[in-house]
Design a protein around this ligand. Structure first.
Ligand SMILES: [Zn+2]
Length: 143
């Protein structure tokens, strides 16, 4: 066997990709196929989003992928007028936390949703998306 190539798929994710190499790089391939995925521990059944390769509860390293589908409920949201380095060009943008019952997903809300259209508890659904620079990402829309 030759030397294994570096798997840098995660560099294709998000406005600023903080992790070029992870153990959950399939996340990016799924997202390019339009599917937002998390992981579920095969041993104890705990759900993870963002996906994890190892379970923090039972330390098992055998996760399976699950798709974030259906409707979640908006738990909280905030519109940013100041941003971390690398995100300034996107301002203002709104981030939120959506509860799907067995897991919660953090992410941006669609820019088409004005703040007047938002309220805690509203039904949301996740959608694969692209940034202006062509990176893969996901956003929440009203369900
Ligand atoms: Zn576990």
């Amino acid at each position: 066997m030759g030397k294994k190539e570096l798997d840098t798929r995660f560099a294709r994710f998000g406005t600023v990709s903080f992790a070029g190499v992870t153990q959950v790089n399939d996340f990016v391939d799924y997202l390019e196929d339009g599917r937002l995925m998390g992981t579920k521990c095969n041993h104890c059944g705990l759900y993870f989003f963002p996906p994890r390769a190892h379970c923090c509860q039972c330390l098992s390293g055998s996760p399976e992928w699950f798709e974030v589908t259906g409707e979640g409920r908006l738990v909280t949201y905030s519109t940013l007028h100041y941003a971390p380095a690398g995100f300034q060009a996107d301002l203002p943008y709104t981030i939120g936390l959506v509860d799907y019952g067995q897991y919660k997903v953090f992410g941006r809300l669609s820019p088409s949703l004005g703040e007047d259209a938002l309220h805690v508890g509203m039904a949301m659904k996740a959608k694969a998306d692209k940034t202006a620079a062509g990176q893969v990402t996901y956003v929440f829309e009203a369900a």
